[in-house]
Design a protein around this ligand. Sequence first.
Ligand code: NAD
Length: 483
Amino acid sequence: MTGTILQGQNFIDGGWRTGAVGFETRNPSDLDEVVGAYSKVGAAEVDEAMAAATRALPGWRSFNMQARADLLRKAGDLLMARAIEIGALLSREEGKTLPEGIGEANRAGQCFHYFAAEVVRAQGEWYNSMRDGHNVIVTREPVGVVAAITPWNFPIALPAWKVAGALAFGNTVVLKPSSFVPGCAVLLARILEDVGLPQGVFNLVIGDGRATGDVMIDRAQAVTFTGGTETGRAVLRKAAETMTKAQLELGGKNAFVILDDADLDLAIETAANAAWVQTGQRCTATERLIVTRGVHDQVVERLAAKAQGYRIGHALDADTQIGPVANEKQFAENLAFVETGLREGAELVAGGVAVERRTRGYYMTPALFARSTEAMHINHHESFGPILSVIAVDDLDQAIDVANGTELALSSGIATTSLHSAEKFRRESKAGMVMVNTPTAGLEYHVPLGGRSPSGFGPRESGASSAEFFTESKTSYINHGVN
Ligand code: NAD
């Protein structure tokens, strides 16, 4: 895969289409390398994709369930069999290290396997009725045509998660990946074509966010969106016009607390991993570190050393631990974020600067701010980069107040050896996901994923909550006349 240019088109109604406007993607580790050549669709083609998905819906919702499960399992098998190829493309287009890219491709395969099994799970409940001779049945039906809109930071796992979930429950899909990283979505479309998914059941459109998204949301029965909170608000406003069901997975400003009684080796490793690995480009990354005063200075000193020790480099170099920032826009935003922290008076104790490597890329060192305060901009706004700021607190109660002090409420965590403190934090944290002695980032596919508004909206993604979003419930009262 390395070195070749992916020629990626749009997949509509079972055929490959070239859109009107061509564009290229470049490797964030090496800006001289073109990774993919794509074309963007216009509104008419998005309309065609939505119409194809609508036409395919009756056939797919009544498709033999064993055959549907088999198709999804086979797609999972192919994703895993091609994990190195997909991982390498992902590394070249998004900048994750190769092991991270391969891991993500395997995760995409696991999502398909999980949802293949979900196809055959019971989807209904039977009740006795209050009326003699009756009973009541609650069943679940596909929600319909699903618009899936994904961000750039997990270019294969997130499309797979959404597409597999939608298909498993009998829905048809139109996927719009981020135009920063469409390559993996193109490979996913090829795999779904190869396994023999019926025409129109899955469609891929590469296009501008709003222009494409608006048509998709208008014509779909449900939209599953992952991206920034402000974009999420726009999606929700649009969905309100047509009352399109919405599932939004949005930004975070995730806090990790270290108490005096923590196992410090574990706490440092955990905080560093969640803050800086994958270049901080995880919605669940730790951006705020809240530390009690007894261990504060030691934590800052050890984390500064840790930040300085990472090998930053080309995503495909074997010894690279942290790859480049994924794109120019995010790179500029990260450096501006560091400037804001400095202007606000936080002390930059490590990193936060652009660096050069053997190839031209968006490289920066992981940043650690100390002496930051709760009120600072850098402690309220998502950076989405490898930037961690430390806030000192007196005790657990203050730590919980500070952790809950931002609008965003996606993931949170605590390092402590006290069961009492861990449980108190778990109960009182307002985040949608709480981690004890483990990183705020790193999620599993068999349990619900998501945050409270405005970090999320609607039914959670993945695990058992998928059924809530991808199906509608129907309550039937049956007068069978048998008492
Ligand atoms: P983004 O919001 O800029 O874009 C996400 C997607 O929305 C892209 O495909 C984009 O083209 C599309 N889009 C843009 N405007 C649109 C509109 N008006 N209508 C419909 N679609 C539109 O986000 P990004 O920069 O690609 O990703 C980073 C963000 O994603 C971060 O805030 C991160 O926290 C969040 N994220 C959240 C989760 C989660 O599960 N909560 C997971 C990963 C990323």
